[in-house]
Design a binder for this molecule. Structure first.
Ligand SMILES: Cc1cc2nc3c(=O)[nH]c(=O)nc-3n(C[C@H](O)[C@H](O)[C@H](O)COP(=O)(O)OP(=O)(O)OC[C@H]3O[C@@H](n4cnc5c(N)ncnc54)[C@H](O)[C@@H]3O)c2cc1C
Length: 410
């Protein structure tokens, strides 16, 4: 039996950031990842100021920025007419308002920056080829069984093992996530492979009935990232193509920039999009959930990973402030569930807004058309509020100081 004071299950964006956040609070931890090496599948990722605030606090923002792109704006465009519906300006006023820019980057560039910082920390142990199969509660610990026969005993387990979380099965046992009725194709191509695409220094969000396409540059502007999403009646083959005509049906009648994007899209994998309704509990005894394991959401606010980053600093802060693990986890979820819930629900609503048809689409366009690009009213609640964890410190300093002294011998 191997022992870890704190065991993080899953070494994706959420799990590795949690390890860093714990180390920042002088707490040691072990991360167990089922893959043979740490890595991200998928392509680009958008990171809003609430995520950059976390990355900055953990000392990895500089590394993340090295390969990222700062788009000058995001534009919502009508995919059939090419008309601009509305725009959000990411310039000086945005940065002054939220303290950080909005960035887009390649997922592997983000993960590698976090991973390098984890590797440099003497408080973090990283273990690969450790697929967790099950958990069980024992007096003051949780035991974790891995597929390779390895067993762990941990004082606290943080399940950051994604959409199909094994830790979630132990904590909530609530079955499979829901199919939201949308599928996606996504990938990157060299940006010069699509000369007609306008998204060279911006995020372009093409919308139409039952579909949308997001395009933006990544890897210092060398690659174009694209995510095509559309409503599909059937899930089809989860690992391959749906009905062969499905892409053409949605994109054939759209403006040239959309059709050109579709033509060069890497179609090696069809993603079935799933989420869950919000939950009122993420914790069982000394085990809790984080990131997609806790609050899987559709990606239409581009916040799944951003919320996982927020979870990471809050769980570390709560464990640092409370001597009792279960009280710490209760405090963590009390802070995080309301915010994650709002993000999950807004994500679904956003899907309905961008996929609208007929009179609903006309109303959307009419309402948004008069918006100023520097009107940040719609995103204020989302990008502004990460420092909830700071509020936790009220009354908690004494416990934190005690904990900091104790961890010297941890
Ligand atoms: C098309 C699309 C676009 C998106 N775009 C954005 C965006 O622009 N911005 C944004 O913020 N979010 C975006 N998201 C959401 C974001 O990708 C996720 O919310 C984020 O990756 C969740 O991170 P995580 O660490 O919680 O889970 P994951 O990234 O799923 O990581 C889980 C890790 O756990 C490991 N694991 C799983 N099971 C086990 C086990 N049993 N034992 C050990 N290890 C295990 C996995 O191998 C993996 O490494 C998007 C999602 C999709 C589908």
């Amino acid at each position: 039996m191997r022992r870890a004071e704190r065991l993080v299950v899953g070494g994706g964006i959420g799990g590795l950031t949690t390890a860093l956040a714990l180390a920042k609070r002088s707490m040691s931890c072990t991360v167990v990842e089922r893959q043979t090496e740490f890595g991200e599948i998928g392509a680009g990722i958008q990171l809003a100021p609430n995520a950059l605030r976390v990355l900055d606090g953990l000392g990895v923002l500089h590394g993340v920025m090295a390969n990222a792109v700062m788009p000058r704006r995001a534009r919502l465009m009508n995919a059939r007419t090419g008309a601009v519906i509305t725009a959000l300006d990411f310039g000086e006023a945005f940065r002054a308002r939220f303290g950080y820019p909005y960035i887009v980057t390649h997922r592997s560039d983000l993960l590698n920056a976090i991973l390098s910082a984890c590797r440099a920390s003497p408080l973090i142990t990283l273990e690969t080829s450790m697929a967790v199969l099950g958990l069980s509660a024992h007096d003051a610990s949780v035991r974790v069984r891995c597929e390779n026969g390895c067993e762990w005993e941990a004082g606290v387990v943080i399940g950051a093992d994604g959409l199909r979380s094994t830790v979630r099965r132990y904590v909530l046992d609530d079955g499979e996530p829901d199919y939201v009725g949308h599928v996606a194709y996504r990938g990157t191509v060299p940006i010069d492979a699509a000369p007609g695409v306008v998204a060279r220094d911006e995020i372009t969000w093409w919308v139409g009935p039952g579909m949308h396409l997001i395009q933006y540059p990544v890897r210092r502007g060398e690659l174009l990232n694209q995510v095509f999403v559309f409503e599909a009646d059937t899930v089809g083959d989860p690992d391959g193509w749906g009905p062969p005509e499905e892409l053409g049906r949605f994109f054939g009648d759209k403006v040239p920039a959309v059709r050109e994007g579709a033509a060069v899209l890497d179609k090696d994998r069809r993603w079935i999009l799933r989420d869950r309704p919000p939950d009122r509990n993420w914790t069982r005894g000394r085990a809790t959930l984080l990131g997609d394991a806790a609050h899987p959401m559709v990606q239409y606010l581009a916040q799944g990973a951003c919320q996982a980053l927020e979870d990471a600093v809050v769980v570390a802060e709560c464990l640092a402030l409370e001597d009792d693990v279960e009280r710490g986890l209760a405090r963590y979820q009390a802070v995080r569930i309301p915010r994650a819930t709002a993000t999950q629900m807004w994500g679904r609503t956003m899907g309905e807004i961008v996929h609208a048809d007929g009179v609903t689409a006309m109303l959307r366009d009419a309402l948004l058309r008069g918006r100023e690009p520097t009107d940040f009213g719609y995103v204020e609640w989302l990008y502004q509020s990460a420092p909830q964890c700071l509020r936790l410190q009220a009354g908690g300093e004494a416990a934190h100081a005690r904990r900091s002294r104790a961890v010297q011998t941890d």
